[in-house]
Design a protein around this ligand. Structure first.
Ligand SMILES: Nc1nc2c(ncn2[C@@H]2O[C@H](COP(=O)(O)OP(=O)(O)OP(=O)(O)O)[C@@H](O)[C@H]2O)c(=O)[nH]1
Ligand SMILES: [Mg+2]
Length: 207
């Protein structure tokens, strides 16, 4: 069920699925999770918040058949033999395609994120001060940019930052007006980077 407030009308979701999964040793987006893949589950969660869900990736054909038809792709390309440009550049690739006031940026590997939490956040977007460019979780480690809400209007600032060679979300967000998003507990953003991480949650229920 989508939220009945205006959260859905003012929100799109961009999901990044263009990393190399070097530490995992296999494509994280395709890891099986709760009868789906990690990317598939993330897309389905996102579709409960709003109808516009866009996956930014160099490999749309790799994922198309597993994802709901409502999901659209933004194809990213980088020169053969070069590594992916990183999440900030993935965001910059996708953001110009967004036509809603807000965009929720998500990594593909957040197995503990819940539908209820995403919907709750989406329904609270009206409460974010108009001066704030983004609403992003902040922990002791810093910003958690890959589960954060951004105003579409941050595009110009992001373009300038990237044009100056910036690739760090932490540095970009530190220089912007960003409202910290309070998490119920840090574990909701637990992400898996290695086979050991993956084994930690294998077969367990984290609802
Ligand atoms: N579109 C896009 N997504 C990216 C890029 N780099 C990383 N991501 C995504 O950003 C999210 C977090 O990245 P990481 O956890 O470092 O994943 P990764 O880069 O695949 O993994 P490692 O190679 O082990 O660093 C994941 O959803 C990745 O797919 C990129 O260049 N383009
Ligand atoms: Mg990486």
């Amino acid at each position: 069920m989508r939220p009945s407030g205006n959260g859905a009308e003012q929100l799109s979701v961009l999901i990044l699925a263009g990393g190399q999964s070097r530490r995992m040793g296999q494509d994280k987006a395709l890891l099986p999770w709760q009868g789906d893949t990690l990317l598939g589950r993330t897309c389905r969660l996102a579709l409960t918040c709003c109808p516009t869900v866009l996956v930014v990736t160099p490999w749309p054909q790799r994922y198309r058949s597993q994802l709901p038809q409502a999901v659209c792709f933004i194809t990213e390309s980088h020169p053969p033999g070069t590594p992916p440009p990183g999440p900030l550049m993935g965001f910059l690739r996708g953001l110009p395609q967004v036509s809603t006031e807000w965009v929720l940026l998500l990594a593909c590997d957040l197995p503990r994120l819940s539908e209820a939490l995403l919907q709750q956040w989406a329904s609270q977007l009206d409460q974010v001060s108009p001066q704030m460019l983004a609403w992003v979780p902040r922990t002791e480690q810093g910003w958690e940019p890959l589960c954060g809400f951004y105003r579409r209007g941050c595009l110009q600032s992001l373009q300038q930052f990237a044009a100056g060679g910036g690739r760090s979300f932490q540095r970009w967000l530190d220089q912007e007006a960003v409202q910290p998003l309070t998490l119920p507990h840090a574990a909701v953003l637990w992400n898996c980077n290695t086979p050991q991480d993956w084994a930690t949650i294998g077969g367990q229920d984290f609802c």
